[in-house]
Design a protein around this ligand. Structure first.
Ligand code: SAH
Length: 284
């Protein structure tokens, strides 16, 4: 039996895009890492600045709408394999670790293998977009709460919940929903959301390529419908969106360029590693 000590896994948020929104703690762990497994929505500049040249860097992106994705099982296996080999593994996720991510699968895999870990938060896209678009999410007199939601497929929000979402004064933030935005707007207007609510789509928030599109929710069909928003983008709905006009401190880039590389470009690396994992499993 091997006497090698188990390593450790750092589950870390890399922030929404701007590489300077990385925490000092994550930067320090990246500098010490033996292996870094990174999501697609992590700035290349972070990897260039903080990952040591001799560390192993593995892209495990997911981009389901383009039909390309590293299976979660493969990611779990890679993390476990490297940690059991005694490595310090940093698992970097876009934004925050716990918001719309598969961190639970990874935590369960770590627990099942008794691998030590730490969880380090990151700036989630909603907070990055709110700051860089000048939209204070719970501005006094406008809203007393904010909800993080998703409508990436039509059955994740029930009829009864749409009714409540249309009635509330809470600010609504939809992740992974710019492609289903017609449905979001249709469901809210059908349930008579009040006409003083505005909608913002923030493309590539916090990056130099950021664009903010704003419309009154009832003017959506004339003003925004049909636009193919650049990935990633985030939807903010509420009265607070009206504050953007006065407090937008960053001009739109008006660029259609993509800040984050598509997964396709990185897919060969993933396949190599999938083979490696299979090989490892069959030897075990
Ligand atoms: N864990 C991430 C979210 C992962 S889900 C976080 O905390 O931010 C991926 C979704 O997040 C995207 O579809 C998009 O809606 C949103 N997102 C992530 N980064 C973004 C960015 N820079 N600008 C706009 N939206 C972003």
């Amino acid at each position: 039996m091997s006497t090698k000590q188990t390593g450790k896994v750092i589950l870390a948020g890399a922030g929404p895009g701007d590489p300077e929104l990385l925490t000092i703690k994550v930067a320090r762990y990246l500098q010490q890492a033996d292996v870094v497994l990174t999501d697609r929505l992590v700035s290349e500049d972070i990897l260039k600045a903080w990952v040591p040249a001799d560390a192993e860097l593995i892209y495990v992106g997911k981009q389901c709408r383009r039909g390309l994705s590293t299976p979660q099982e493969t990611i779990n296996e890679l993390i476990v394999e490297y940690a059991l080999a005694g490595k310090l593994v940093v698992r970097l996720k876009g934004g925050d670790v716990s918001i719309f991510s598969n961190v639970l699968d990874e935590l369960q895999a770590l627990a099942a293998n008794q691998i030590p870990y730490e969880i380090i938060p990151g700036v989630t896209a909603a907070l990055g977009a709110a700051a860089f678009a000048g939209i204070p999410l719970t501005a006094r007199g406008y809203s007393t709460a904010v909800r993080f939601l998703t409508y990436y497929k039509s059955d994740v929000v029930s009829e009864a919940y749409w009714k409540e979402l249309a009635a509330t004064d809470d600010t609504l933030v939809f992740y992974m929903s710019s492609e289903t935005l017609d449905g979001v707007v249709a469901n809210l207007t059908k349930n008579n959301i009040s006409a003083d609510k505005l909608l913002a789509v923030v493309e590539q928030a916090t990056t130099p390529l950021q664009n903010v599109h704003v419309s009154n929710i009832y003017a959506y069909n004339e003003q925004l419908k049909g636009i193919k928003f650049i990935s990633p983008s985030l939807v903010i709905i509420g009265k607070v969106v009206g504050l953007h006009e006065q407090f937008n401190w960053l001009a739109n880039s008006n660029s259609r360029e993509e800040y984050f590389k598509p997964v396709a470009k990185l897919f060969t690396t993933i396949t190599d590693h999938t083979e490696k994992v299979k090989d490892h499993v069959s030897r075990a």
